[in-house]
Design a protein around this ligand. Structure first.
Ligand code: IPM
Ligand code: MG
Length: 371
């Protein structure tokens, strides 16, 4: 094994530690078998960061993140931290790490494994066509715009305010990522905005249109976000790549995820510019949250985290054959084994760790086949 990659785990809160533990099994198996070497480290984020350092994104974590080749995060947040100051809440740790690593492009693929079509809330013929890559702008828009705050108006009354902004440069860089992904997929890109109401969205639409001129082979369309929500829920098959402003992407990605049957299946990758070593700055995390109600009970579905690691293999390491083997292993496992969130008649109900073990075993079989 020539190189060994530094992989930093940020397990976080709730089911985060349980699902990332299963990813660690996969990474350790690849190392042990001499497929890809990983040096594994851990650091705190979210509520775990607050508990240990009174900071949801501790300095030490910020330092280690920059030393790592890729970062794998579990989840943040939970009822334990509802009373901590707003700027120290677990979610702030996630916003801080995205900003600090300059991760402007968030990739959220929503697709359904054939094995899970029955688990979706939608009719089979509608859900069958769902295979969309949501590219969400991650460090701009109303999430980060200044000024923001809560003003005291006296008499116990307040005014809360935020600023929605997008600049040409902010839109250009994420649009380029989306066009390149569209080029490698179905060559169709739908850009989402609210340009009928918001000036920031006028700049968004104009910029996407102008970037699109460099990609004549990609069919570009625009859609208002309210219409997009309806279209996604009723005719998902029309979408290939959806490019979304930060808040719209947050909302539409949960919708797309829920349509696939379980939030427990959907991975994500957040990418920035290149590191000095040529790999991208990148953070991988399951789209589901910390699910405090089921934390610590072995009920969590580790597949979204494991599929996030599949994205890591592809987007950070370019290890496509290994990623393919892992994906096939996940599909195989779904033929027989299910965590409670995706349980169906005739399948065997298993806990988080068993699911991870099954994936590792099948991945090994798969890799032995191709070797
Ligand atoms: C997500 C989450 C986060 C977001 C929260 C936890 C800050 O909902 O990754 O979609 O709003 O971006
Ligand atoms: Mg969200």
């Amino acid at each position: 094994m020539a190189t060994s990659y530094k992989l930093l785990f940020l397990p976080g809160d709730g089911i985060g530690p349980e699902v990332t533990a299963e990813v660690e099994k996969v990474a350790r198996a690849l190392s042990a078998d001499g497929v890809i070497g990983f040096e594994i480290e851990h650091a705190d984020i979210g509520g775990a960061g607050y508990d240990a350092h009174r900071d949801p994104y501790p300095d030490e974590t910020a330092y280690r993140v920059k030393e790592a080749d890729a970062v794998m995060l579990g989840a943040v947040g939970g009822p334990k931290w509802v009373d901590v100051p707003f700027d120290k809440r677990p979610e702030q740790g996630l916003l801080d790490i995205r900003k600090d690593m300059n991760l402007y492009a968030n990739l959220r693929p929503a697709f359904v494994f054939d094995q899970l079509i029955g688990a979706s809330s939608l009719k089979e013929h509608i859900i069958k066509g769902l295979d969309v890559m949501i590219v969400r702008e991650l460090i701009g828009g109303v999430y980060f715009g200044q000024p923001r705050g809560i003003e005291d108006l006296g008499n116990g009354k307040k005014r809360g305010y935020n600023t929605a902004t997008y600049s040409t440069d902010e839109v250009t860089r994420v649009a380029e990522v989306a066009f390149n992904i569209a080029r490698a997929r179905g060559k169709t890109l739908c850009s989402i905005d609210k340009a009928n109401v918001l000036e920031s969205m006028i700049v968004w639409r104009e910029t996407v249109t102008s970037v699109g001129k460099k990609y004549p082979d990609v069919a570009l369309s625009h859609m208002y976000v309210d219409n997009a929500a309806m279209q996604l829920a009723t005719k998902p098959a029309q979408f290939d790549v959806m490019l979304c402003p930060n808040l719209a992407g947050d909302i539409l990605s949960d919708l797309a995820a829920a349509m696939t049957g379980s939030l427990g299946m959907l991975p994500s990758a957040s990418l920035g510019d290149k590191q000095p070593n040529g790999l991208p700055y990148a953070l991988y995390e399951p789209v589901h949250g910390s699910a405090p109600d089921i934390a610590g009970q072995g009920k969590a579905n580790p597949l979204a985290a494991i599929l996030s690691f599949e994205m890591l293999l592809r987007y950070s390491l370019g290890a496509h054959a290994t990623a393919d083997a892992l994906r096939t292993a996940v599909a195989d496992v779904l033929d027989s084994f299910r965590t409670p969130d995706i349980m169906e008649d005739g399948k065997i109900k298993v806990d988080t760790a068993t699911m991870g073990d099954q994936v590792v075993a099948r991945m090994r079989k798969q890799l032995a086949k191709v070797a």
